[in-house]
Write a protein that binds this ligand. Structure first.
Ligand code: NDP
Ligand code: MG
Length: 387
C-alpha cells in the first residue's frame, strides 16, 4: 500500500488521480489533499478519502474544516502551507498538481525528504529547474517522474538506453484550438474560444497556454531540465490527433514513441507505478483500427510565438526561464479577466524578457533569486498592463 499526497486535488489532474485511486484502493491510500477555493469539492474528497492532512487557501476555511472533520490531524493554509504539508505529512508519493510556480517550495521539501515526486506542475521545472536539478544531486534518492503527457512519453521512451545515444527529443503538440489561424484572426479571439481545446480536457490556465502554444514552450524548457538535453536537440512537431505523446530519436535512426488515447490517467498512474506498468487505469483503450491517420506537421512558430520565446529564454538560461514563466502566468490571468487581448500575451512575455537583467543561478542563494525575480516580474507586468 502506497501513501499518496495530492497537491491540487480539486483540479483537473487532481480529480483524475483520485478517480484512479478510487479504482485501486487496495494499492493506494490518500493521506493528504489540497484545494484552494473549491471548498465544496474539497469537502466531498475529505469525506470520501478520509485523509489526515490537508491544505486550503484561507485561514477561515481551515478553521471551519477543522471543526467539521475532527479526524483531520494537520490543516495548513496560507503562503507556506503547501510546503509545510509536503514537509510534514506522511507519504510515499507526492503528486504536484497545483497550477503555477506556487508549487516550487512543496517540490523542494519533497526532494529534501527524498520522496517520489509525480510532477504535473511543469511551471516548477521551468521557473526553478536549475535549482531543482542541483538539489536532486544533493538528495540522490529523491526521484521525479513526470506526469505531463509528453514528458511521461519521453521518460518511457528513454528507459533502457544510454543518454549519449539520444539524437533528439521530439515533443508532439496538438497545435491548440487555433491551429491554422493567422495573426489577423487571433487579434480578436475571446477567452471562451481559447478555452475550447480540441483533444484534452484540462484546467483553464493550461488550456489557454495550449492555445498560445506557450504550453509547448514551457514543455521544451521542462524537457531540457528533466532530461538534460540541449535545446538544439529538442524539436516540436504538430500532431493534431494527440495519439503519439512524444518520441525519442536515437543515433541508429530508430525512433521510440509512446502512444495512447489522450487521457491523463495513464501518465499519472505510470508516475505512481514506475518502473512497472501495473494496475488498471480504467480508460477506454486506443483502437488503432478506428484511429484515423496519424499526421505530423511543422508548427507555425511565426504566428504562435510561444515556442520561440521559450527556446530563447531557455538558451539564455539563468533567471530568464523564470521571467518567461512568471510573465506568462500574469498574462494568462489578465487575458482570462478580459483585461488584455490574446496576442498581448506574447507582447507581455517579450517585453518582460527584453527588460530583464539576467542573474546567474550558480550560487547557494539560487532559490531566493528565483523567487525575487518571479515576484518582480509579476509586479512589473501588473503595473504596466492591469488596467
Ligand atoms: P487546475 O486549474 O484544474 O487545478 C489547479 C489546482 O491547484 C486546484 O486544485 C486549485 O484549487 C489549486 N490551486 C490553484 N491556485 C492555488 C493557490 N494559489 N494555492 C494553492 N492551490 C491552488 O489545473 P490542472 O489540473 O489542469 O493543472 C495542474 C498542473 O498540472 C499545472 O501545472 C498544469 O500545467 C499541469 N498539467 C496539467 C494537465 C492537464 O491535463 N490538466 C496536463 C499536463 C500538465 P481550487 O480549484 O480549489 O481553487
Ligand atoms: Mg503536456
Amino acid at each position: 500500500m502506497k501513501k499518496i499526497l495530492i497537491l491540487g486535488s480539486t483540479g483537473s489532474i487532481g480529480t483524475n488521480a483520485l478517480e484512479l485511486i478510487r479504482n485501486n484502493r487496495e494499492h493506494y491510500q490518500v493521506i493528504g489533499i489540497s484545494g484552494n477555493k473549491n471548498i465544496e469539492l474539497l469537502k466531498k474528497q475529505i469525506e470520501e478519502f478520509k485523509p489526515t492532512s490537508i491544505y486550503v487557501g484561507s485561514e477561515q476555511d481551515a478553521l471551519n474544516l477543522k471543526k467539521e472533520y475532527p479526524f483531520l490531524k494537520e490543516i495548513y493554509f496560507g503562503e507556506n502551507g503547501l510546503a509545510e504539508l509536503s514537509k510534514n505529512s506522511d507519504y510515499d508519493i507526492i503528486l504536484t498538481a497545483v497550477s503555477g510556480a506556487i508549487g516550487i517550495d512543496a517540490t523542494v521539501e519533497a526532494i529534501k525528504r527524498e520522496k517520489r515526486i509525480a510532477l504535473a506542475n511543469k511551471e516548477t521545472m521551468v521557473s526553478a529547474g536549475a535549482y531543482i536539478n542541483k538539489l536532486l544531486k544533493e538528495y540522490p534518492k529523491a526521484e521525479i517522474v513526470p506526469v505531463d503527457s509528453e514528458h511521461s512519453a519521453l521518460f518511457q521512451s528513454l528507459q533502457g538506453f544510454k543518454k549519449e545515444n539520444v539524437k533528439k527529443l521530439i515533443i508532439t503538440a496538438s497545435g491548440g484550438t487555433f491551429r491554422g489561424k493567422d495573426l489577423a484572426y487571433l487579434e480578436n479571439v475571446t477567452v471562451e474560444q481559447a478555452l475550447k481545446h480540441p483533444n484534452w480536457s484540462m484546467g483553464k490556465k493550461i488550456t489557454i497556454d495550449s492555445s498560445t502554444l506557450v504550453n509547448k514552450g514551457l514543455e521544451v524548457i521542462e524537457a531540457h531540465e528533466l532530461f538534460n538535453v540541449d535545446y538544439d536537440n529538442i524539436e516540436v512537431i504538430v500532431h493534431p490527433q494527440s495519439i503519439v505523446h512524444s518520441m525519442v530519436e536515437y543515433v541508429d535512426g530508430s525512433i521510440i514513441a509512446q502512444m495512447g488515447v489522450a487521457n491523463m490517467k495513464t501518465p499519472i498512474l505510470y508516475a505512481f507505478t514506475y518502473p512497472e506498468k501495473e494496475f488498471n487505469s480504467s480508460i477506454n483503450f486506443l483502437n488503432l483500427i478506428k484511429t484515423n491517420n496519424l499526421t505530423f506537421e511543422e508548427p507555425d512558430r511565426k504566428t504562435f510565438k510561444g515556442i520561440d520565446l521559450a527556446y530563447r529564454a531557455g538558451k539564455i538560461g539563468g533567471t530568464m526561464p523564470t521571467v518567461f514563466n512568471a510573465s506568462n502566468e500574469v498574462a494568462v490571468e489578465l487575458f482570462m479577466k478580459k483585461k488584455i487581448k490574446f496576442l498581448d500575451v506574447y507582447r507581455i512575455i517579450e517585453e518582460a524578457m527584453n527588460s530583464h537583467q539576467i542573474l546567474s543561478l550558480n550560487t547557494d542563494n539560487a532559490l531566493n533569486i528565483i523567487k525575487e525575480v518571479d515576484r518582480e516580474t509579476r509586479k512589473k507586468v501588473r503595473e504596466q498592463w492591469e488596467r
